[in-house]
Design a protein around this ligand. Structure first.
Ligand SMILES: [Zn+2]
Length: 480
């Protein structure tokens, strides 16, 4: 059954519906990749499928557009597979069950894959058309975006000749993205030194924080449980002699940690002082975080410990947590309200031999990412800890001279009468990787209104799909 076929005269939505019948979760892209290859072959279009199943389909320019360079239209073919607990659905085999509710398309109980199936649908509608005015098109559909942008990482840019790239993986109509952050995961590993305990054990916990995504929500300046634990240990260190026996916090380096815990030992007569210092500090936290994290709490309770870290290591841990940079580092001067550089001390992992402090560093300016890494390096040196950086991904820096940005703004106004917003995100996009491979390509990212993406409630506005389609057609017409 097709429910979207007649919703709109052009074929965007019916192609979209066809895609939802082909399972295409991340890592399971072979079928949809082959579908795209066949789509091209059926229409006698040049097609390239690489070893990573990325697909590039080329369509010649329409009459009168032969002199311009091709335009790359880009999206990703994989989708996030999430379903409600009570829903029976096999993402490896079953087609999605589409449902229309007012202006919205949903998949019943599962993700819809409008992220990023709608980009493919626009691309296929362009390839399928005979009457549109457009430069040569290179439709680039990548794999593995949701799990690490593997397709974009593997892509060989020699297949592409375009000098303009339209990424259709943004989720808000009327917002044009022109920059994204690059990032790196930073590990500071401190070797442990143990000795027997000589005091009473106390368990300290920071909790009640909201957390959130370390890129998109770092601007909210919520409490970071690991950093607050550093302040707690530092305050305690001024009052009493103590030793750390255990410390851990957070779950993911790209999530602001909501909880952090430590076990320390102190002399029995000092327990009261620790409790008092903690409750004083809690008042301070509650004041500092009264808007964004008013439920912050500190727990101090009796615990057990049979060995403790040496004074030396205890001091190093406390010093690192107090001094480690965290949160917003710089704000953009190009785009108002954009966090340019930040980091999140997301996780503290504790084991017998070492303690790892793990931070997700982001910046839309490569050298500022490097500056943060240098500061952590310097600090790690001081405490004689080892530093490892991995999962480095490149930024897409704001280009003040971008012509496609102005053309998109003007065309959007022409088509809808509304003033669009030019924005950037403090998280990674495939554009960062593509920009690194194709530095002289002028890029922009946009898309129709999608909601609750990556959840079983994902839905897409039909009206907005239509608006963006009208815009896209006009934009291509305007690229001469
Ligand atoms: Zn996406």
């Amino acid at each position: 059954m097709t429910i979207l076929k007649d919703v709109y005269p052009d074929k965007v939505l019916s192609f979209f519906e066809e895609l939802t019948k082909i399972p295409h979760g991340s890592g399971n892209e072979k079928k949809i990749s082959n579908y795209l290859v066949n789509f091209a072959k059926e229409r006698n279009l040049e097609v390239i499928q690489d070893d990573d199943l990325n697909v590039i389909i080329k369509k010649p320019a329409a009459k009168g557009y032969e002199n311009g360079s091709p335009v790359i239209i880009q999206g990703h073919m994989d989708m996030v597979c999430e379903k409600n607990k009570d829903v029976k659905h096999d993402f490896d085999k079953d087609p999605l069950k589409l449902r229309i509710d007012g202006d919205y398309v949903y998949a019943s109980g599962t993700t819809l894959g409008a992220d990023n199936g709608i980009a493919i649908a626009y691309g296929l509608a362009l390839l399928d058309s005979h009457d549109l005015k457009h430069p040569a098109i290179e439709l680039l559909i990548t794999t593995g975006e949701e799990t690490g942008m593997y397709g974009a990482i593997a892509l060989d840019p020699k297949h592409l000749k375009g000098k303009i790239l339209l990424n259709i993986d943004a989720e808000e109509e009327g917002v044009f993205l022109v920059s994204c952050a690059g990032g790196v995961t930073n590990y500071v590993n401190l070797k442990t030194e143990w000795e027997n305990t000589n005091g009473e054990a106390l368990r300290l916990e920071i909790k009640g924080l909201k957390g959130g995504h370390s890129g998109m929500e770092i601007i909210k300046q919520r409490g970071n449980a690991n950093k607050l634990m550093g302040r707690l240990l530092n305050v305690i260190s001024k009052e009493v002699d103590f030793y750390i026996c255990h410390i851990s916090g957070g779950a993911k380096n790209n999530a602001i940690p909501r909880e952090s815990e430590a076990i320390i030992t102190v002399k029995a007569e000092d327990i009261k002082k620790v409790e008092e210092a903690s409750s004083q500090l809690l008042k301070i936290f509650k004041n500092e975080l009264k808007v964004q994290d008013s439920d912050v709490n500190i727990i101090v309770e009796k615990a057990e410990a049979d060995k403790q870290l040496t004074k030396n290591i205890t001091k190093k841990i406390t010093s690192y947590l107090v001094l480690a940079p965290n949160g917003i580092q710089t704000m953009s001067e190009d785009i108002k309200g954009l966090v340019e550089s930040s980091l999140n001390l997301g996780v503290i992992v504790f084991d017998e031999n070492k303690i790892s402090f793990i931070s997700a560093i982001r910046s839309s300016v490569k050298t500022l990412k490097g500056e943060i890494m240098d500061r952590i390096d310097t600090l790690a040196n001081l405490i004689e800890a080892e530093v490892i950086n991995n999962s480095n991904y490149p930024e897409w820096q704001y280009d003040p001279d971008s012509k496609i940005r102005n053309l998109c703004v003007d065309t959007y106004k022409e088509v809808t009468g509304d003033e669009p917003k030019v924005d950037a995100i403090h998280a990674g996009l495939e554009c960062g990787l593509l920009k690194e491979k194709m530095p002289d390509v002028d890029m922009i990212s946009f898309g129709p209104n999608l909601y609750d993406v990556h959840t079983p409630f994902e839905h897409m506005s039909i009206l907005s799909v239509m608006n963006v389609w009208k815009f896209l057609k006009k934009l291509l017409e305007n690229i001469k």
